[in-house]
Design a protein around this ligand. Structure first.
Ligand SMILES: [Zn+2]
Ligand SMILES: [Zn+2]
Length: 357
């Protein structure tokens, strides 16, 4: 079927309108009329081809925070029908056979890895087809990789839950954030602001660690109990041994030892961003208090659905700035300057007009 979107034709080039084709729905496919798509920082990394060793596919239509309405279904689809509110996140398929896949951890698929929503290839009837993401008017996805958006969650403010939301929900659940637990979130951006809201709803005491005090009022409004500026070296002394969980959402290199020292016995520091350089830490800081350093990547399909249901029950959505699709290149510049509260969401329905209908 003929569709359109916004694509980068080459690495580092501005995005512009791009007419392309998607497959007609196969037996288990769902066709989604996309209404909204969030802008994730990783969209910019991939458009700029900044991930070393990664194979990039151009023209590239980014976008993996997708919400919309089912407009057509394949003959054997049972989970969705026309008119359903649905969402698609960072992956559209996986091997479905390996241990992680069988255990609903498709994001860690070892049978070739999950098929990413864009900038990847999927196997369609024996042919390798480049995947294109949510900066487009329609997407066709196997029903097992489509999420249901619960009634009451607005599609615009829900879109960033599909990456930013699940990226924080999954580690908070895995490391058991809840009443009596002290959680620190490093960085209050798109990811961090979701971490504050979710950890607060789980009943944990939430602290934001930010470079300066600039975002203090905002953090409190989002649900943070405490706020510290890491530019003040005294806080590392004050908070030594304090946190059960520290989630690091920033992709810059921090002095790991200082942060690890803020963990209590059995505490864990979890990375959800990927700093450019290798990390270094002093082993005694881990050994002396059975602390750990860990990483976490998005969430499986089952857990992503749980997260959407949790957000609906707890009235959690993203704080967004809605833009028309022709403003996407400007929005990229502002994301790089951390000048957005806290996620751009593209209003696809009202701003993307295809020429190839
Ligand atoms: Zn993302
Ligand atoms: Zn697998």
């Amino acid at each position: 079927m003929k569709v359109c979107g916004y694509a980068a034709q080459q690495p580092k080039t501005p995005l512009s309108q791009f007419e392309f084709e998607r497959r007609e729905p196969r037996d288990f496919d769902v066709v989604i009329d996309i209404q909204y798509c969030g802008i994730c920082h990783s969209d910019i990394h991939q458009v700029n081809n900044e991930w070393e060793g990664a194979n990039a596919f151009f023209p590239m239509v980014p976008g993996h925070e997708i919400t919309g309405i089912v407009s057509d279904i394949g003959a054997k689809v049972t989970r969705y029908k026309k008119g359903n509110k649905v969402a698609v996140g960072c992956m559209v398929d996986s091997c479905r056979k390996c241990n992680p896949c069988i255990n609903s951890l498709e994001q860690y698929c070892v049978g070739g890895g999950p098929v990413l929503t864009y900038n990847d290839e999927e196997n369609i009837d024996g042919k390798k087809i480049t995947t294109h993401g949510g900066y487009s008017n329609k997407i066709v996805v196997d029903e097992n990789y489509v999420l249901s958006v619960p009634e009451g969650l607005p599609l615009d403010k829900a879109a960033p839950l599909l990456c930013a939301g699940i990226t924080l929900y999954s580690p908070l659940m895995h490391w058991k954030a809840g009443p009596g637990k002290k959680v620190a979130i490093i960085g209050l951006g798109g990811l961090g602001h979701m971490g504050v809201k979710i950890a607060h709803a789980l009943g944990a005491e939430v602290t934001v660690l930010s470079h300066s005090l600039k975002k203090q009022e905002d953090a409190k409004r989002l649900g943070a109990d405490k706020f510290y500026a890491t530019s003040d070296p005294r806080i590392f002394h004050t908070l030594a041994g304090y946190f059960d969980i520290i989630i690091n959402t920033v992709s810059v290199n921090l002095d790991s030892n200082k942060y690890l020292s803020m963990l209590t016995l059995d505490g864990a520091m979890v990375l959800v961003g990927i700093p450019e350089n290798q990390m270094q830490f002093a082993a005694p800081i881990l050994v002396g208090s059975r602390r750990s350093i860990a990483g976490s990547s998005i969430g499986g399909i089952k857990e992503t659905q749980e997260m959407l249901d949790f957000c609906q029950k707890n009235n959690i959505t993203c704080d967004i700035e809605k833009i028309s699709i022709d403003k996407v290149n400007e929005a990229y510049k502002r994301v790089l300057n951390s000048d957005v509260k806290y996620r751009f969401v593209i209003d696809i329905t009202n701003s993307l007009k295809c020429n190839n209908k």
